[in-house]
Write a protein that binds this ligand. Sequence first.
Ligand SMILES: NC(=O)C1=CN([C@@H]2O[C@H](COP(=O)(O)OP(=O)(O)OC[C@H]3O[C@@H](n4cnc5c(N)ncnc54)[C@H](OP(=O)(O)O)[C@@H]3O)[C@@H](O)[C@H]2O)C=CC1
Ligand SMILES: O=C(O)C1=N[C@H](C(=O)O)C[C@H](O)C1
Length: 249
Amino acid sequence: MTIRVAVAGATGKMGRLAVRLIEEADDLELHAGLDSASNLDELDGADVVLDVTHPAASQGIVEAAIEAGAAVVVGTSGWSNERIAEVERRLRDLDEAPGVIFVPNFSVGSVLGSAFAAFAAQHFDSIEIVEAHHAGKVDSPSGTAVRTAELVAAARGDAGPVAAPHADQRARGQLVSGVPVHSLRMSGLLAEQRVILGGDGETLTIAHSTISSSAYETGILLALRRAATSEGVTVGLDALLGLELPGAR
Ligand SMILES: NC(=O)C1=CN([C@@H]2O[C@H](COP(=O)(O)OP(=O)(O)OC[C@H]3O[C@@H](n4cnc5c(N)ncnc54)[C@H](OP(=O)(O)O)[C@@H]3O)[C@@H](O)[C@H]2O)C=CC1
Ligand SMILES: O=C(O)C1=N[C@H](C(=O)O)C[C@H](O)C1
């Protein structure tokens, strides 16, 4: 069966990459490529909508895709657990709900980095995240950092909140699920994240660098193929890779 995919954000960096992957794949077909001026009616008839747009536009595109009965893969950043829960409630109201997969990061290495941080989180009380992205990134903290912080907090369970002393001072970063996150936006790099865990007499650093957007290819294809048959809300490529993270939804 051929999966017809509409790409929202087709003129952007991620969208152009996705369009090329779809055109090269035998089992995928480009149904439509949308940009910021497109009419969302173009989503009608798609099996799967891939959203790689802008945090301010993403919610409307997901809603339109659900209305059109298409499954959705959301790569756009800026989705918190609370906003994802709203989509979950929306799907529960429908008789025949398509699946929606949120993928904060399509890179397998990045997803493993976040998973390792979640596994380590029960053993260290000091945990902070430093993420760095290209200067063109409009949102901060990154979606990956938000997801990592949420996974770390969920994994700690009975260990309680992370120690975040003096967190009322701006230079101590933004607390996400109680984890301080520090964002850098600068020329010369694509995307990096370090999770630094501090314990008794030692630190552990889990670092990941994206050096080319080709890192996203495997994850994009996996998510598009799974979306067509998915049900309800799925969060993270970790779920599609079969990783079982402590406390994760
Ligand atoms: N999940 C992941 O692994 C990754 C996620 N991302 C995220 O994906 C998103 C896109 O990133 P990137 O491709 O680098 O961004 P770009 O700025 O290169 O592209 C943005 C795209 O979105 C479209 N767009 C912008 N505003 C709107 C709007 N209001 N309505 C509809 N479409 C709109 C643009 O259309 P136009 O050309 O008309 O302006 C363009 O096609 C970001 O949120 C980024 O954080 C990025 C990399 C990896
Ligand atoms: O904007 C980007 O470039 C990226 N955005 C995603 C995020 O917010 O985490 C994924 C990746 O880090 C690249």
